[in-house]
Design a protein around this ligand. Sequence first.
Ligand code: AMP
Ligand code: MG
Length: 411
Amino acid sequence: MQPAAAVLGFDEALAKVLQHAAAVPRPSSEPLALLNCGSRLLAEPVLADRDQPPFHRSTRDGFALRASDTASSLKVVGQVRAGEQWQGGTLEPNAAIEIMTGAPIPEGADAVVMIEHIERNQDSIRLLAGRTIRSGENIVPQGSEARAGQTVLPPGTPIEGAEIALAASCGYSNLHVFRKPKVAIVATGDELVDLAATPAPHQIRNSNSYGLAELIRRAGGEPIQLPIAPDRRPELEQTIRAARQCDLMLLSGGVSMGKYDLVEEVLQALGAEFFFIGVRMQPGKPIVFGRLPAENNLPAQFFFGLPGNPVSTQVTFHCFVEPMLRAMAGAGVQQPRFVQATLAEDVAGKPGLMRILPARLTADRIRPEVRLVAWQGSGDLAANARANCYAVLPPDNDHFAAGDVITILLR
Ligand code: AMP
Ligand code: MG
């Protein structure tokens, strides 16, 4: 017998999702041209193919010399540029070699003095008064950034510009990246029509399938939109069976207490196990998380029943689906994107409910500030789009004051 699933507090529900996320296997991988790897997740480590830097490198235009030389003037015996190797043998005492940024340090030299710090007289230089030079100055030692064979990027790393540049510096023209998990989107509701149709006055466009598709893409998944399922058991069951082909199933709508909210009932009839059937949060209270059992060569499949109200759909996606999807995509277990900001105005709390409300973050260099966006409730997509984050107002407080540092959820 399965214990009755519960309505959980927010933290408890998130812990439950993260616990399952920690146990998902890593996806298989595929090779991809380096330039197409942006926003994918690395499946194999990237190794330095040689020391980085590959030689002791000058970080300045100036003169390579021995820091211990005491003569008041040093003889300039030659020049070495980036892309050249000094061929004149070991640097003699009391001599210097003119050197450019990025050039290899000549044998025998152990410091570079900046061109701004010397005075030049034909073929000799002298340190300006008050300037000193110490061994190692203005030199990045060979291998100090990475040793040959060392892992510079571990599997699971998200690949952006920084990672592409590093992989290119190690000679990779291809990378192995994780395959994207396929995520089924099942929108339910008799009131829904697709974008191609003209809605009658009592009908609603299926916007959730589109918004979710983009959120899925950004979290590392491949969205698969299924046809709208009406609020009738046989059709709903048929669509859920089709969604079993994917790695993860998202349903929208049909999880509230209404007479035609059939999602849980149909999933239950298919043998689903429920980890929670609601979360004490607003918006998003009716969210359901569970798993369908393995059958007919299909592995067990996690599902989320997201509330149909579009802002609830998106908030619950960021809080619960995103950590699970990122783990399934190979990124490991991560919290939702919580950061902190200063509240710009007083806000009333609602004890007992974790509120995650559309908000706008404005930041200058000194202080990120957040204020709530006026909204008409969890159906208000226009307010949601005016927001750029969500203010997280915990359930144990009935008042938040201007100047309080609060958690916000980035999206
Ligand atoms: P439900 O969770 O099924 O009770 O749906 C709550 C409300 O959300 C409905 O009355 C619709 O107005 C809206 N809704 C449900 N599904 C969608 C959807 N796929 N796209 C846009 N709005 C939706
Ligand atoms: Mg509905």
